[in-house]
Design a protein around this ligand. Structure first.
Ligand code: UDP
Ligand code: MG
Length: 318
């Protein structure tokens, strides 16, 4: 057991790595001397991330680097790193240094003082991110908090310090679609927020294009809420009531001998019903697809190589 494990998922982050390694090391040494480990996970990068990791790991015995077989996505890369962590405390950061590693010391202080199992970063401001990103993130966290029964903190990313027992519970959860920040919130124990200002990316561009953002949001929503399914039943009820009114109207018109103008009203009903039905089907599909992938029980990720201290994660083949 080491006192601290720092876990970082990395996708096409070659420009950030040397500075990342330097700043993580600085922060860890300041708090724990030599009693720490850093775990970098290469999530199938297409740039020079892995060769740089191998070089860094060769020169630093406290650094372990994991090479996944392909791009498995942020949350699974993170899980791969967490599976390897041996620390009594675990710090999760992003590779782009948007979460300043130097906050480790004040976060540790909060953890001690509050006897907390989780100290999670809450973004007060987000520097260098597009208006679109900020607006969608803002809306997403609020929608999620309305839709879910558990309290997933607003504006909190994966930047957090966790205790070993919280991590063990997290790793025991069998989900294939992993929305880590929500799963941590679900665990319970004492979790306290830690407000910070999110820095700009150290280098490069966001690795979250719209398609990944949508998938991430759907994983969160389907993983923690059945609200979309309930919405379907509410809409269904509403439409049924509406149809009663229309039936009444049609019968009334028939009995009193009024002819009803057809095309407009007919098309309206067809289009509205078609759209609602497709939407409900699509929502059900999101759940069914996840049920299917859960049923297949494939490994969450595949490890191709490990540089640094040789050990295998608890999950994932290699
Ligand atoms: N990331 C990853 N796999 C992916 C996409 C992203 O491991 O498929 C990592 C990325 O390298 C970074 C973290 O996830 O360490 C967050 O990504 P990014 O900073 O691009 O997201 P943003 O801060 O723009 O939301
Ligand atoms: Mg980032």
């Amino acid at each position: 057991m080491t006192a601290l494990s720092i876990v970082v998922p990395c996708f096409n982050e070659e420009e950030c790595l040397p500075l990342l390694h330097q700043r993580l090391t600085g922060a860890a040494v300041a708090s724990f001397g030599s009693d720490y480990e850093i775990i970098l996970v290469n999530d199938g990068s297409r740039d020079g991330t892995w060769p740089i990791m191998e070089r860094l790991a060769a020169a630093d015995p406290r650094l372990t680097c994991v090479n996944l077989s392909r791009n498995h996505g942020h949350q699974l890369a993170l899980t791969a790193g967490l599976d390897l962590a041996r620390g009594t405390r675990i710090l999760i950061v992003d590779a782009d240094l948007q979460d300043p590693p130097e906050l480790l010391a004040p976060m540790l202080e909060v953890m001690e003082r509050e006897q907390a199992d989780v100290v999670y970063g809450v973004r007060m401001s987000r520097a260098g991110e597009t208006r679109f990103k900020r607006a969608t993130a803002h809306a997403f966290y609020r929608l999620l908090s309305r839709a879910t029964e558990i309290d997933i903190p607003l504006d909190a990313g994966d930047f957090r310090l966790m205790s070993r027992r919280a991590l063990d519970v997290l790793l025991a959860m069998p989900e294939q679609a992993r929305f880590v920040r929500g799963m941590v919130a679900w665990i319970g124990f004492r979790q306290v927020p830690f407000a910070y200002d999110r820095a700009e990316r150290a280098a490069g561009e966001t690795k979250y294009p719209l398609s990944k953002m949508i998938r991430f949001a759907l994983d969160a929503l389907t993983g923690f809420s059945s609200a979309p399914l309930k919405l379907a039943s509410h809409v269904g009820l509403l439409l049924s009531l509406g149809s009663l009114l229309i039936i009444g109207y049609i019968l009334f018109a028939f009995v009193t001998g009024h002819s009803i103008q057809g095309w407009t009203s007919l098309m309206l009903v067809v289009v509205v019903l078609g759209a609602v039905q497709m939407f409900v089907l699509a929502m059900m599909g999101e759940y069914i697809g996840r049920l299917y992938s859960q049923a297949k029980q494939r490994p969450l990720y595949i490890v191709q190589d490990i540089a640094g201290e040789a050990r295998m994660p608890r999950r994932g083949l290699g």
